[in-house]
Design a protein around this ligand. Sequence first.
Ligand code: GDP
Length: 479
Amino acid sequence: EAITIQELANRMAERAVDVIKLLMRQGQMLKINDVIDADTAELIATEMGHTVKRVADSDVEEGLYAEADHADDTTPRPPIVTIMGHVDHGKTSLLDALRHANVVAGEAGGITQHIGAYQVEQNGQKITFIDTPGHAAFTAMRARGAKATDIVILVVAADDGVMPQTVEAIAHARAAGVPIIVAVNKMDKPDAKPERVRTDLLRHDIVVESMGGDTLEIEVSATKKMNLDKLLEAILLQSEVLELKANPDRDAEGIVIEAKLDKGRGPVASVLVQRGTLKVGDILVAGSEWGRVRALLNDKGAQVPSAGPSMPVEVLGFQGTPDAGDRVAVVDSEARAREITEYRIRSKRENQLKTAAGTRGSLEQMMTKLQTAGRKDFPLVIKTDVQGSLEAIVGALEKLGNDEVGARIVHGGVGGITESDLTLAEASEAAIIGFNVRANTQARQAAERSGTEIRYYNIIYNLVDDVKAAMSGMLSPER
Ligand code: GDP
């Protein structure tokens, strides 16, 4: 366990310069970002008149997430649905059509707010739709160990058939063990060929009902609003089979589906409640942020006193902005909330320090190698939405190099760009590339502070082309 001088000073609410002076008097010349071990830190703290409490790590999060709900206490909950499929097959259109198809008469004035998820009603039963189509968000959440989807709607355009991202979506749903309902879309088009979609799907081991399998399949048109109620009924049928249940009478747990810093309202997090009931006044932790719920707003922008299982709500009252994908739990006191979040911030920093130290070492090793080989290198941190794109990009970039200059992938990973990517990039003087992913607020702020470049792409060809151009700028002038 190690800590930077800055961090130690922060925790004692002392000035870092005083810590440095004290260390100097003991014969150690250190700078503000240097790391000292736990024993030295304890010595310093005691010397400066602070009482030291070392936290036993594993105890801190003990009991934060409850054990599984007791079957006796559970009641049925609405299914949570994500729409996936190839680009332009109609995911967004379908989400919009479903959202508007179910506006109850008289409620038409209620403008639906984008809070990351919304609920519709069919035959008096609710269904929750995650408002970000595609597998990027789905994968990002799964990468953090959060399962926020019960059913995947696979949209396949009848005039286009099964395409690469259709296949990717199938793989993602399978990997997560989430059942698929096929929506064959654009059935209004004259060149619609639903038969071809069905046989294409067979090749990916999806056997729809009409072909003797058990995958539900509905032919729809998002733009003509055709068969939308049939699709909703299929979802309810599938969710009956899944027997989705949760205990509403306990402290809430859930997941952050979106979060932002709002100018007027402060940090705003959209939370999908997974079990229990979230109430105004509850104290929440989400990742390394916490807060007391000041207000809850539903997907129509209306204030609600509480939110039960499968309900999405905007939560006001967080002290800072959590990350999408963060797990949310209610705790019983502010002190407990502080203890947990401080512990998480600390372990995150420690991990970063370890990673940063690791790369610095390897960078030095590399530099010496470079000097002997005379080859310049172009360090990059790459984040993508899916593993497949990551592999394709890394493969393409590695081929770009010649004996004078080459790309070096400091880190490649799946998911949004986070502060820890920035730390890594800073430590290795790398640029960051986001493919179909964005940087979160903290990462953007860190990038501004350190002057690290973040570039976004959604076409691999453009990405590779740009890196190539940048690398040729590094070539010696005579070439
Ligand atoms: P996404 O990329 O999967 O989100 O696809 P979009 O929802 O943006 O749709 C792509 C294009 O297909 C848009 O021009 C839509 O108007 C069109 N589209 C979507 N659904 C239908 C449909 O059911 N019928 C027809 N004819 N066009 C559709």
